[in-house]
Design a protein around this ligand. Structure first.
Ligand code: PLP
Length: 401
């Protein structure tokens, strides 16, 4: 590769993908790949979906941008659909997951300080969580590697143990403004929340006047077998954040909250130049309408159960695989060793998947993935596992602990 003019922030896979349709991507030489990562759980309705493409093209002819100082009808339309489909009453649009979480943290603090008139500011988050890369959200994130070299970090974040209600209890004080969590920890390796834990957490928050924020940046928009993952647990968060799957790849983020939070974000308190711009919001509206019309989360639930069943049946027997787990189409296969070289082989054989942490391979195909595509993906993994086992036996050093 010649000199790159980009900051080297990404450890890039040695692949250049130039075209996509539904579950398939093609590289520069015309080789096809089965896409089981969908960007990063972004292309939930597949690549270049016709029903979204047409709507973006119409908007492209009409108007690209006006300031949020004017009314943008398509924002109201998307916000209205999100509210009608969820437990939230209000929406703030921005451009990414980190920004949506940043808005949630700001809104929670301002609700306590400006609306209720108390001095609460602390946010409890969890070990191994991921909430983004801005200063506040990397501080909220429960992983040391995203904070390295960026100090001093903002005050007001404490980390509890995930799925441990006593740990949350011991972190909660009269300073606690909110608890924020993912319902499946995605980036750190597909760790689903425990049902009893989330229900007890929801009660604990309510009893103590603490806001419950669910980060659905990765789990939202049908990914887990429900439109939003919180619906699995019979709880209603005070706030929820969305981004990745919402606009099929155009940049968008959304912070959603209950009516009581309205005055926390009073005029002038928060803003974003590009947030809710007509083009991404049109893509979001078309994507959401497609998912609602098709009830695509149901298909994701069925496909996810089938994927977990097939992976369990055909792969779990290999000694380097420790566990298969997930919710809907957010599926993780945990290995006994680092997965980077295995992922490289899967890519070479035409299956695109992602790591989650160091030891987990994440499978996140689009919500419309069919059984034939799942069978093909599992067959590729089985082939790589067989070859891997072959090299491990032929060369004992590789197999060592
Ligand atoms: C990806 C992700 C984010 C950050 O989203 P960006 O759009 O990259 O800022 C935040 N939270 C969760 C759970 C994520 O998976």
């Amino acid at each position: 590769m010649e000199r790159s003019y980009l900051f080297p922030t990404y450890n890039k896979f040695p692949l250049t993908l130039v075209r996509g349709r539904e579950s398939t991507l093609w590289d520069e030489e015309g080789n096809a790949y089965l896409d089981f990562m969908t960007g990063l759980a972004v292309c939930n309705v597949g690549h270049v979906p016709e029903r979204v493409k047409g709507r973006i093209q119409e908007q492209l002819e009409q108007l690209w941008h006006v300031s949020n100082l004017f009314h943008v009808p398509v924002q109201e339309e998307l916000a209205g659909k999100l509210v009608a489909s969820s437990c939230a009453d209000l929406v703030f649009f921005c451009n990414s997951g980190a920004e949506a979480n940043e808005a949630a943290i700001k809104c929670a603090r301002r609700y306590h300080q400006h609306v209720l008139g108390n001095q609460r500011y602390e946010v409890i988050t969890f070990e191994q969580s991921f909430h983004g890369r801005t200063m506040a959200t990397l501080t909220a994130t429960g992983q040391a590697k995203v904070k390295d070299g960026f100090g001093p970090l903002p005050e007001g974040f404490v980390h509890a143990r995930y799925n441990d209600i006593d740990s949350v209890r011991s972190c909660m004080t009269e300073r606690t403004a909110a608890v924020m969590l993912e319902l499946v920890q995605g980036e750190s390796g597909v760790h689903p929340v425990n049902v009893t834990f989330i229900q007890e957490l929801s009660e604990l928050c309510e009893k103590n006047g603490v806001l419950l924020i669910v980060d659905e940046v990765q789990t939202g928009i049908g990914r887990t077998g429900r439109l939003f993952a919180y619906e699995h647990y019979g709880i209603e968060p005070d706030m929820m954040t969305l981004a990745k799957g919402l606009a099929s790849g155009l940049p968008i983020g959304a912070m959603m909250g209950k009516e009581k939070l309205r005055e926390a974000f009073s005029a002038g308190s928060h803003a974003s130049t590009f947030g809710g711009s007509p083009l991404p919001v049109t893509a979001g509206l078309a994507t959401l309408e497609m998912i609602l019309e098709d009830r695509a989360w149901e298909q994701a639930g069925t496909a996810g159960a089938y994927l977990i069943r097939e992976l369990t049946e055909h792969c779990l027997g290999y000694p380097i695989i420790r566990e298969v787990r997930g919710l809907g189409l957010l599926v993780g296969v945990e290995f006994t060793e680092p997965v980077a070289p295995i992922i490289q082989r899967l890519h070479q054989k035409g299956l695109l998947v992602l790591p989650g942490g160091t030891h987990v391979i994440r499978f996140m195909p689009n919500l419309y993935v069919n059984h034939d595509e799942i069978d093909r993906a599992v067959a590729v993994l089985v082939q790589v596992l067989q070859e891997w086992e072959g090299t491990a036996t032929a060369n004992p050093q590789v197999a060592a602990p």
